[in-house]
Write a protein that binds this ligand. Structure first.
Ligand code: ADP
Ligand code: MG
Ligand code: MG
Ligand code: MG
Length: 392
């Protein structure tokens, strides 16, 4: 749905955002607007009714990314990809994504449901919240969105049409560089504390590890298994004790299923590393439950909604799940490494004020990342994975 007559791109202002959102409010409502994004890639405006405080969100892509003080051009098409991915994923997991009210390709914005009553999961987790339903909801989201957009559920013509629709080369290139390549070499996008230099140099000279990272990158660029979210970290999830909503799929494209699962699990683990005792157990429980809910729902959908001729061949579902599990571990490993020494870090680790603890946690993140990558064909269950975290 197009909601604007403007024919060339321009960045929105609080005034123009109010004009675009007005049709979604009762006539005569007095509207106010605030830009609430973090401002690296996109604007996020909240337009709300001054009386009721009911709001809507307008997210607009900027034509450049601001990273390390520099700007580089970045396609505006990602706004249309994000809106289309939210809509496609809502076909299968409607309660787990924000509703899209409208989108405009020229101005590169999406108007969507306001989720301000929820908290970004990463922020809440850092404050010690446990979000009891987080893993059940994300396990469900992963199984529903990934199964239903795969060849196991779609006619091959529709599958290939979607692969083309969600071609997202510029955003994929960011992932290819920042997750799979740069952290494993002495590239100037890397960013780490001097106390980590020795372990980082050990990564750069670890050819066995780099070989596995190369294989994982190749999976990422070649395996069009399902429509991924593409950036499923805990900062892309709104939550409270009852509800979970996944936002920000601008990196969506057809890739390997384990990538979304692995990113989410890695971000849980980065949080788990910083916790002790019962608080740590809550995160361990989420890691296990994410996989178990994903696996159970994926298996159920395989039988109820699967169209693949081979689906009843004994052992086939198990081999598909085994492949996803190994990919999950490998991608989780890459994510742990890049969130520690690459360009974009996580606040779970960077926010630890005491330097000694922070460095220790970062070394643990790197060690777990390496182990996940190297041992991904030996680890046999999700419990083996969380046992590694519990060794610290
Ligand atoms: P980016 O792609 O720039 O990371 P996000 O989609 O993650 O943009 O949004 C950035 C921030 O804007 C979020 O962390 C959140 O604070 C706010 N935001 C985004 N979408 C919504 C929404 N639907 N409701 C309320 N706040 C939102
Ligand atoms: Mg952000
Ligand atoms: Mg984001
Ligand atoms: Mg984003």
């Amino acid at each position: 749905m197009t909601t604007s007559a403007i024919s060339t791109y321009e960045p929105l202002t609080e005034e123009t955002a109010i004009k675009l959102a007005a049709r979604l409010f009762p006539e005569g409502a007095i509207l106010k607007c605030q830009e609430i994004g973090d401002g690296n890639l996109n604007y996020v405006f909240r337009v709300s009714d001054s009386k009721s405080d009911k709001g809507v969100i307008i997210k607009q892509a900027l034509p450049y990314a601001k990273v390390v003080g520099e700007s580089w051009p970045l396609t505006l098409k990602r706004a249309a990809i994000e809106a289309a991915a939210l809509r496609k994923h809502s076909e299968f997991a409607a309660v787990l994504v924000p509703e899209v009210y409208g989108t405009d390709e020229t101005l590169a914005y999406t108007i969507m449901e306001d989720l301000s009553h929820l908290t970004i999961a990463r922020e809440g987790l850092i404050q010690g919240k446990n979000y009891p339903n987080l893993s059940a909801h994300i396990g469900e989201y992963l199984a529903q969105t990934l199964f239903h957009t795969s060849d196991f559920a779609l006619h091959p013509f529709e599958k290939k049409r979607l692969v083309a629709e969600f071609s997202n080369p510029e955003l994929c290139k960011i992932t290819e560089d920042l997750i799979f390549t740069d952290p494993f070499f002495d590239h100037d996008t890397n960013n780490f504390e001097p106390e980590l230099r020795q372990v980082v140099e050990a990564i750069w000279s670890n050819n066995a590890l780099k070989l596995e990272a190369a294989k994982l990158k190749r999976s990422f660029v070649t395996e069009a298994e399902a429509l991924l979210h593409g950036d499923l970290h805990t900062g892309s999830i709104f939550a409270d004790d009852n509800q979970t909503k996944v936002i920000d799929p601008e990196f969506a494209f057809y890739g390997p299923i384990g990538f979304d699962v692995g990113l989410f699990i890695a971000n849980l683990i980065a949080q788990g590393i910083t916790r002790n005792g019962e608080d740590r157990e809550a995160i361990v429980g989420h890691v296990i439950n994410t996989w178990e809910v994903f696996e159970a729902r994926f298996s159920q959908l395989w039988h109820s909604d699967g169209i693949e001729d081979f689906k009843d061949v004994p052992g086939y579902l198990e081999s598909v799940l085994d492949k996803i599990f190994r990919d999950t571990l490998g991608f989780a490993g890459c994510e742990l490494i890049r969130r520690t020494i690459g360009l974009a870090h996580v606040k779970d680790l960077d926010g630890i004020e005491e330097a000694e603890r922070r460095i220790q946690f970062k070394k643990q993140a790197l060690q777990l990342g390496e182990t996940f990558i190297i041992k991904r064909s030996e680890l046999t269950s999700i419990h083996d994975v969380t046992a590694l975290l519990e060794e610290f």
